[in-house]
Design a protein around this ligand. Structure first.
Ligand code: SF4
Length: 245
């Protein structure tokens, strides 16, 4: 089994509940959404090679021809895990669940040595169901229609319902453009399925014309969410503040 991978490297998880933890990142090519604030070049077929970090955290990269096999990727991961202790291996993108079969294959090879962390847009519940047993931690987004141009409420509800068997937390990116009615809908949707799960409000890192949310708006949104959810935290993309990938 082979897939196009954009990059494999060791860094600090910059977002959400595990911000600050050392992880190996495997970034898959391709996404089923097109968010206004997306900062990843992820069109399918645009990466002839994968940037593989030569030593975990060295920031020296070698270009490996795409596609890579699950055997190649697992050996790169295992090498990094031996070089530096990591909290988990993060499958990210793009949207990693477009590659569920490949992740299943990889997980069979690395699961004894590490936790598997899935960073997903939360829109592909059937794919999650297929690999649920391969995953330890799920970081899922709720994407609001004003950002994606799509109504994904039912997909997100189903995704949370399937994922709640695992350690799952939910991230909502907040920008100046975030519409209040959509945010309220997202909070109530989450409260109806996983009210005890951690909710991360992530102020957007301005990109693609999206502007930062005013500080007062962030506080108002957190106050609203706390009426329905037990654990609501405001955490920005910390890795970008300190020059990490
Ligand atoms: S889901 Fe993530 S990778 Fe896909 S378009 Fe949105 S921000 Fe980009």
């Amino acid at each position: 089994m082979e897939r196009n991978i954009i990059e494999i490297f060791s860094s600090i998880q910059g977002e959400g509940k595990y911000a600050g933890c050392r992880q190996v990142f495997v970034r898959f090519e391709g996404c089923n959404l097109n968010c206004r604030y997306c900062d990843t070049e992820n069109q399918p077929g645009t990466h002839g090679s994968c940037q593989v970090e030569a030593g975990a955290g060295s920031r020296r990269f070698e270009a490996w021809d795409n596609p890579l096999s699950s055997d190649q990727v697992s050996r790169i991961i295992e090498r990094m895990l031996l070089e530096v202790p990591h909290q988990a291996v993060s499958f990210t993108g793009g949207e990693p669940l477009l590659h569920a079969a490949f992740i299943h294959d990889l997980a069979q090879r690395i699961r004894k040595q590490t936790k598997v962390f899935l960073e997903t847009n939360g829109s592909l519940p059937e794919a999650l169901e297929r690999i649920l047993e391969d995953v330890d931690i799920i970081s899922m987004d709720i994407k609001m229609p004003g950002i994606t141009g799509k109504d994904l409420w039912e997909q997100h509800r189903s995704f949370m319902d399937i994922g709640k068997e695992k350690e799952l937390y939910v991230k909502m990116v907040i920008s100046d453009e975030t519409q209040e009615d959509e945010f309220h809908h997202a909070v109530k949707l989450m409260a109806g399925v996983v009210p005890q799960a951690m909710c991360i409000l992530q102020p957007v890192t301005p990109c693609g014309g999206c502007k930062a949310a005013p500080p007062q708006k962030v506080l108002q949104y957190q106050a609203y969410a706390l009426r329905y959810l037990s654990d609501v935290r405001v955490i920005p993309q910390t890795h970008k503040m300190i020059g990490q990938m």
